[in-house]
Design a protein around this ligand. Structure first.
Ligand SMILES: Cc1cc2nc3c(=O)[nH]c(=O)nc-3n(C[C@H](O)[C@H](O)[C@H](O)COP(=O)(O)OP(=O)(O)OC[C@H]3O[C@@H](n4cnc5c(N)ncnc54)[C@H](O)[C@@H]3O)c2cc1C
Length: 308
């Protein structure tokens, strides 16, 4: 049952808060699938987000922070609770008090692409590997996003969060147990912002590397269709895409969801796919990988919500 009226009672008096009730997640997720969230909440600033979290906790309403929804599948039955969309927290700036001007502070809802552009404009190197990753800073930190041999953990210095007790807290990089595609932060932590340490480099080389990465992505990834990027983590020593291709599953369809013919670790939406179509393909791939190769394929995409 929807919690929509209860959430309205709890948050309705907060001015400047923007809330979409019973909102289809498919409208906002990069894969264009997903059931309705009871509420999609956009806060104006960090203090308001802390207040929203305090009220939701007090009233035992589930909540989940999201960034750009580029690595997330909400099942077709929807999400019972409040999705906290970090779109209101989008600032990205060079820290003026750092003498070398080489520290960037970015709020969780800022897109990675804005941070990459600011770094390039100031000839700062270290973050070019994020070129073309469509996520937010918070999502990238949560997932320890990476590409071309680098991960976001390599460039982050500190991360400010709302901890499980609802308090603001700044963590040093070494306090966070990052691993392949995970930060391993406690499930009830919300990332507010982070400081990244970059290095002064050569502008033309930085921009050249970014162009090279973009060209590579356009060649290898099925960017003409909605997707959530790589669906599975690579098992040790083997790209998941190669495994899926070897299993003969490239091009396999369920409804309008298809294992991409261009890159087998992508599932694309060819029209009106549902979350269920995508999840059935995921399960089929996992079953075949297990039965035929003895390999457990773990999803990189995060799957949440209720079955219909
Ligand atoms: C075309 C395409 C290419 C991609 N290429 C890559 C790639 O090369 N490398 C790579 O690593 N990924 C890639 N991705 C996947 C995705 O973009 C990244 O994982 C990205 O970092 C996710 O960010 P997001 O803001 O979209 O997170 P979301 O999808 O919104 O959320 C993902 C998870 O992070 C959590 N989360 C989000 N924000 C916060 C926050 N502020 N605090 C706490 N938890 C939070 C959510 O609860 C959820 O569990 C690609 C995706 C697409 C569609």
């Amino acid at each position: 049952m929807t919690n929509h009226p209860k959430i309205y009672d709890i948050l309705g008096d907060l001015s400047g808060l923007s809330v979409l009730y019973d909102e289809p997640v498919s409208r906002h997720a990069s894969l264009r699938v997903g059931g309705r969230a009871d509420a999609l909440v956009v806060t104006e600033n960090e203090d308001q987000l802390i207040e929203v979290v305090r009220r939701l906790k007090k009233n035992k309403i589930a909540f989940m922070p999201v960034g750009n929804l580029t690595n997330l599948i909400v099942r077709d039955g929807g999400y019972r609770g409040a999705i906290l969309w970090m779109r209101g927290l989008e600032s990205v700036r060079l820290l003026p008090d750092e003498p070398a001007g080489d520290h960037i502070e970015a709020q969780a809802g800022a897109s990675l692409s804005r941070m990459v552009s600011l770094a390039a404009a100031r000839d700062l190197t270290g973050i070019e590997f994020c070129t073309g990753i469509p996520g937010s800073v918070g999502g990238a930190l949560w997932m320890n996003a990476g590409a071309y041999g680098s991960e976001i953990k390599d460039v982050v210095s500190t991360v400010t969060v709302i901890d499980g007790g609802g308090e603001r807290k700044t963590l040093r990089r070494d306090d966070i147990p990052f691993c392949y595609r995970a930060s391993n932060l406690p499930a009830d932590v919300i990332i507010l912002k982070a400081v990244f340490h970059l290095v002064l480099g050569e502008g033309a080389a930085i921009r050249g590397r970014m162009a090279e990465i973009m060209a590579w992505r356009h060649e290898k990834h099925p960017l003409q269709y909605p997707s959530a990027g790589s669906v599975f983590k690579n098992p040790p020593g083997l790209p998941a895409g190669k495994l899926i291709e070897d299993l003969g599953l490239k091009g396999m369809r369920r409804g309008d969801a298809q294992v991409s013919a261009r890159h087998a670790n992508f599932i694309v939406n060819k029209g009106r796919a549902t979350a269920q179509d995508v999840i059935e393909l995921i399960e089929l791939i996992q079953e075949k990988a297990g039965k035929e190769r003895g390999i457990t394929l773990e999803t990189e995409v995060v799957i949440v919500g209720e079955n219909p």
